[in-house]
Write a protein that binds this ligand. Structure first.
Ligand code: HEC
Length: 112
């Protein structure tokens, strides 16, 4: 029984590894366009009221990468804002590496 259970675990681990590998490293652009664009818009200016303009000079992207990463990962709502940024944009499968890729993409694309 013990052998059976542990070999099942190995199979499960192998499957999980394969799934992770096939999902490995979507580009920042792919992540933005699948998870973030609905609220932030193709131009990063915000598609809904309360969504920050990612390209604005005084906007949120002037913060450092670590702070931005934390706010995307954990979610964020500024004082008085009508709407919160959901953790990972509502996509819990995104890793820190994915979020770093999307930060690089946003900086490149929206110029901050
Ligand atoms: C359901 C809508 C929604 C989705 C999806 C969403 N955001 Fe947001 N995001 C917001 C809102 C609203 C704010 C502004 C929150 C505030 O200032 O109170 C925000 C703010 C931000 C900020 C600025 C945080 C700051 O420091 O002010 C960044 C960066 C950001 N989002 C990145 C992302 C990324 C990357 C994704 C995709 C992985 C994403 N967002 C998906 C709604 C969304």
């Amino acid at each position: 029984m013990r052998t059976f259970r542990s070999s099942r675990c190995l199979v499960a681990a192998a499957l999980a590894g394969a799934a992770a590998a096939s999902l490995a490293a979507p580009s920042g652009k792919e992540i933005y366009e699948s998870t973030c664009i609905a609220c932030h818009g193709a131009d990063g200016k915000g598609a809904l009221p309360g969504v920050s303009d990612l390209g604005s000079k005084s906007g949120p992207m002037k913060a450092g990468d670590e702070l931005i990463l934390k706010r995307i990962r954990d979610g964020y709502q500024s004082p008085g804002s009508p709407m919160a940024m959901p953790p990972k944009g509502g996509n819990p499968s995104l890793t820190d590496e994915d979020l770093k890729a999307v930060i690089i993409y946003m900086r490149k694309t929206f110029g901050r």
